[in-house]
Structure formats: structure tokens, C-alpha cells
Design a protein. Structure first.
Length: 153
């Protein structure tokens, strides 16, 4: 089975956590031959990243930047996986209280350092995510899973 890693920051019960639950339900319901590994950013490891064939990052905006938990994940994994994940396909979902652009720029800059390839524009949801926003986040997760399932990634 192909492996999709979903790493998320934020607090339990927050906007990001609700998006993660919706994405997980959508992927598990629609893509049977992909293993979805969901990890809070503080618990995700370099080994999780090395075993992943695609990656979905979900983070709230905190003070105009990614969550501290997601930044911690990057800090802990960069050197152990340096040069070992080039071309890894990834997607980004940001839930923001203001505009979220600083969060997107920060994650994209770090992802370039890893050598990853973004599969689509980030899903940026400002304010409380409505059904359409949750749907867009789920579509990104499904696109990554489907891409793995049919061998695109």
C-alpha cells in the first residue's frame, strides 16, 4: 500500500483539528489502497517522513506564521532527512484568523529547502471554515491520495 502522511499543528478541538478529521474521513471513505498516517506535528518523526510517499500539512495561523508544533516538526526532521525526500509531493491547508499568507510563505520556503514539490496551491481558509472550505481541504487530501493510488506520485 502507498503511504500518505498527514501532519497537523494546532490544538485539539480547534479549526485545524476539525479539518484533519474531515480530510481523514474523506480519504478513508474514498481511497482504499492508500494508507493514511495522521500525526500531530509534535509526535511526527523523521521516520514517518521517510516512509511517506506524499505529505499533507495542516496548520493554523499563529501570529502570522505556522503553528509552533509544525515548525518544531520541521526543526526536528530537516537534518535527519536532508537530501532523502527530494520531489516528495505535498499539499498545504492553512486555517487563518487574518490572511494566512505569512503562514503559506513560511511553509513553502521550508518545503523548498527539503526539495518537495507542491501539488496544488495551498488551501487557505480565513475565519471559521464553512462547508465549501472544508470541501476544498478534503479535495486536496483526496487528490494526494488518488495520485498515490494511480501511481502519479
Amino acid at each position: 500500500m502507498r503511504r500518505l502522511l498527514l501532519v497537523h499543528g494546532g490544538r485539539p478541538g480547534g479549526r485545524a483539528a476539525r479539518l484533519v478529521a474531515a480530510i481523514q474521513a474523506a480519504v478513508l471513505a474514498d481511497v482504499a489502497d492508500v494508507t493514511l498516517l495522521v500525526r500531530p506535528a509534535l509526535l511526527a518523526t523523521a521516520e514517518d517522513l521517510l516512509e511517506a510517499e506524499a505529505l499533507l500539512l495542516v496548520t493554523p495561523e499563529h501570529f502570522g506564521y505556522m503553528s509552533g508544533a509544525l515548525k518544531d516538526f520541521f526543526d526536528r526532521t530537516f537534518y535527519p532527512v536532508e537530501g532523502k525526500t527530494p520531489g516528495l509531493r505535498y499539499g498545504l491547508v492553512v486555517t487563518a484568523g487574518t490572511d494566512g499568507t505569512g503562514t503559506c510563505r513560511g511553509v513553502e520556503r521550508i518545503a523548498r529547502g527539503y526539495g518537495w514539490s507542491e501539488v496544488a496551491e495551498p488551501v487557505l481558509l480565513v475565519g471559521e471554515p464553512d462547508d465549501a472550505g472544508v470541501g476544498r481541504a478534503c479535495e486536496l487530501g483526496l487528490a494526494l491520495a488518488a495520485g498515490l493510488s494511480v501511481g502519479i506520485y
